[in-house]
Ligand binder design. Sequence first.
Ligand code: GLU
Length: 278
Amino acid sequence: MYCGRFAPSPTGPLHFGSLVAAVASWLDARAHGGRWLVRIEDVDEPRCRAEWADAILRTLERLGLHWDGAVVRQSGRKELYHAALERLRQAGLAYPCGCTRREAAGRYPGTCRAGLPPGRAPRAWRFRVPAGRIGFQDRWQGWFEQDVEAEAGDFILLRADGFFAYQLAVVVDDAAQGVTHVVRGADLLDSTPRQLLLQRALGYPRPAYLHHPVATDGEGRKLSKQNRAPALDPARDRENLLAALAFLGLAPPDDLCGAELLAWARGQWVPRLHSLGV
Ligand code: GLU
């Protein structure tokens, strides 16, 4: 049974880039007769706000993107992340790191891998990345692989400020919620190999992945809250939905709106993927 999800981080209101991810994941789930969950990824609590989470949910409702079950919030799930970290630690796959952020900027060189250097206190916990390449067949992008050890090094699981890292939380939640299909923007493509390694280490099943192209601004930068992408104008719901569908390659007939528009798009989604040869 297909189970998909939309997992926004409430670091701002919904913008066009995240609307595309919401629409793509909704369409893929509904076209497959599957469930579609919404998970608020507020694990990075200092950057998130409850008002933004509420605003995102209201926008989804207004657009007719209705979800199944209760909305899950990562800020309330720390015990699950803790238990996963503990399992990794017991398996020798997580270790404490005493480096400061500045010392560990970029690819982590493995300074604390063999034990904390003398005089260092543990600050964060890292995953012991195995050597070699790991890859997967993306439903839109095709084959993608990475040498995580060479490109990222041992990455953070629990941050020095006490918050869990996105990479761990997302893997634990996708497994705990029974997510079978992940549909999200291609800006997350190079996070996926790290997530595959964590799934493997924790014995979780691997979902199928589809990374759609991401919307960019006039200068080719990804639309994001960091780049101050504008919030969606509530007075332009139909236009925004049409623009998201057009971005995904769907051109609905003029006379459709609201639920009819989404029902039409749901019927076109699988043919659209086939037309891309994916
Ligand atoms: N929370 C992430 C974001 O808003 C998305 C995570 C995911 O879909 O795996 O960028």
